[in-house]
Design a protein around this ligand. Structure first.
Ligand code: NAD
Ligand code: UD9
Length: 496
């Protein structure tokens, strides 16, 4: 006998009753996708409503959640929250999306939205979830998309697809877009209200219903915008802003040698005024957010977006540009006696037959995700130029990306290298015994190394941050300790 449940969309607009129903478990919720973002989201929904079924196609994910365990690492508080919510019967998981949909009155979609090989949005996972949702959709249900979507998708794809596949009248159920504004490593903090929650409905009632849900769940404001397309555009614009600004930082980094400066010193100093927010240059842009979001916008409009396209092109070329920087440094090396290794051999003057060690294969530190990771392009470019490539990363296996794997602990006893590239500064790299390694050319892709007391020749992408502004009067910029690795997981321009 299914328990009486409350609809949040349509019908009498009794907001206090709906809030009570939502928070006392009378509004069952299904969350589709229990990944890095979906599991924290499902756990917070369970914390706030008490009746959540998580859906995932991966049986191992479902099994771990039902065992009260989180399979998502590096998220403070998540292990305990999942264990608590599952043990109290407020959260469970299943691979049976249709069954979950038949019981739920709110359906939250947070599965990956990626791009095809032709850079077109790939909504296949969304469409697969819609089949499950449609099979159980009832009048009064509310469907919330949190996956980042090309603007217009809720209005033109999700709502009509659900009406057609469920047989329900369009307008008998709600559809809203409520983007996930969080980042791996701070998911619970962000979902609980680090930032205002953006909400937009395909109609006014959908927007109000979704705003009520997040007003109950989030400690921060709810920004109810005009419609779902506006909300979809907000999310995509945030990502496009980031990609274009990273590209600007990467091009500015290229001026370091000509200007003879530390570009990072100039960026940090410029960013001390509120109207300037230059980002952090690096060897590339990875993850399944920033490299993809520009294509979600480009696919939806004929408007000229050459800056967005150029930004994507600049960032996509960064891995190869980084390898070219290393090749130039190798060609310059060997002039200084100290460059010779203990056998008096000069480092290889080019990448042909050079042995090169790549540090950091995840797209950013501490996050076990390699989609679009800059190291993948770096390895490809090194191999194209004839180098023998080794890789070191504590979170993933470099051998999966065409490099021979070596652990930090084995570096001293292992082979000697002509060069190294630091792509992603994992915390474990603070243990690298640089002084005990044979002299090599080191390209520091993130300006986090301090090797002045070694015989290595360091080339820094964007110029070394050793350049520091001297403040004669007023506040002294917080000293950034460049002696250790492990800059913040999310690189903002001031390196905080
Ligand atoms: N990762 C981030 O920093 C981040 C931040 C904000 C928004 N987002 C958005 O959230 C989406 C999901 O991100 P994520 O990091 O959780 O992805 P993820 O790859 O970590 O997890 C996706 C999960 O969805 C499951 N899945 C795939 N197809 C499914 C289906 N048909 N039904 C049910 N489950 C299915 C997978 O098994 C996996 O467990 C992203 O595509 C992005 O649009 C991600
Ligand atoms: C809600 C959501 O979708 N959240 C996203 C998530 O994005 P994310 O997890 O994909 O991580 P990002 O920090 O964007 O990094 C992406 C790649 O860009 C490189 N990079 C970054 C900054 C820089 O100045 N220079 C760089 O080179 C970095 O190394 C990495 O490879 O969190 C960000 C807030 O952290 C959000 O803005 C972003 O919307």
């Amino acid at each position: 006998m299914s328990r009486a449940t409350t609809a949040l969309y349509g019908g009498p607009d009794d907001e206090p009753a709906r809030r009570r129903a939502l928070t006392n478990g009378s509004v069952p919720v299904a969350v589709y996708g229990l990944g890095k973002m979906g599991l924290p989201l499902a756990a917070v929904f369970a914390e706030g409503t008490g009746a959540v079924t998580g859906v995932d196609i991966d049986p191992a994910v479902v099994e771990s959640v039902n065992g009260g365990r989180s399979h998502v690492g590096g998220e403070p508080g998540l292990d305990d929250l999942v264990a608590e919510q599952v043990s109290r019967g407020r959260l469970r998981a299943t691979t049976d999306g249709a069954a979950a949909a038949s019981e739920a009155r709110v359906h939250v979609i947070i599965v990956p939205t990626l791009i095809t090989d032709d850079d077109e949005p790939d909504l296949s996972t969304i469409e697969a979830v819609l089949e499950d949702v449609a099979s159980g959709l009832e009048p009064g249900d509310l469907v919330i998309a949190e996956s980042t979507l090309p603007p217009g998708t809720c209005r033109d794809v999700i709502a009509p697809h659900l009406a057609e596949r469920s047989g329900l009248e369009s307008g008998s159920f709600g559809v809203a877009f409520c983007p996930e504004r969080t980042a791996s490593g701070t998911a619970l903090r962000d979902i609980r209200g680090q930032y205002p929650k953006v909400v937009g409905g395909v109609d006014e009632a959908s927007g109000r219903a979704a705003a009520l849900v997040y007003d109950e769940l989030s400690a921060n404001a709810v920004h109810l915008v005009s419609d779902a397309t506006t909300a979809e555009a907000v999310k995509v614009f945030e990502g496009v802003y980031r990609d274009v600004n990273i590209a600007l930082a990467n091009q500015l980094a290229g001026t370091a040698d000509d200007l003879g400066i530390s570009v990072r010193e100039a960026i940090e100093t410029a960013n001390h005024i509120p109207m300037c927010h230059l980002h952090d240059p690096g060897p590339g842009v990875g993850g399944h957010c920033i490299p993809y979001y520009p294509h979600f916008l480009l696919a939806q409009t004929e408007a000229p977006l050459s800056m967005v396209e150029l930004g994507r092109e600049v960032n996509r070329e960064m891995p190869a540009r980084t390898v070219s920087m290393l090749e130039a440094a190798l060609n310059d090396s060997g002039t200084d006696e100290s460059e010779r290794d203990s056998h008096g051999e000069e480092p290889a003057g080019s990448l042909e037959d050079a042995t090169v060690l790549v540090f950091g294969f995840t797209y950013r530190p501490g996050v076990e995700e390699t989609r679009a990771s800059p190291a993948i392009g770096v390895v490809e470019s090194l191999r194209e130029r004839g180098a023998e490539v080794w890789g070191c990363d504590p979170l993933v296996n470099p051998a999966d990306f065409g490099a021979r794997s070596i652990d930090v602990e084995d570096l001293v006893s292992g082979p000697t290298f002509d060069a190294a590239i630091l792509v992603t500064p994992q915390d474990a790299f603070e243990r690298i015994p640089w002084a005990d390694l044979e002299p090599m050319v080191v390209l520091d892709g993130r300006d986090v190394l301090s090797l002045s007391n070694t015989d290595h020749r360091v080339v820094t992408l964007g110029g070394a941050r050793d350049g520091r502004p001297t403040v004669i009067d007023g506040d002294v910029p917080t000293e950034t300790d460049t002696s250790t690795i492990g800059r913040p997981a999310t690189f903002d321009a001031t390196g905080r």
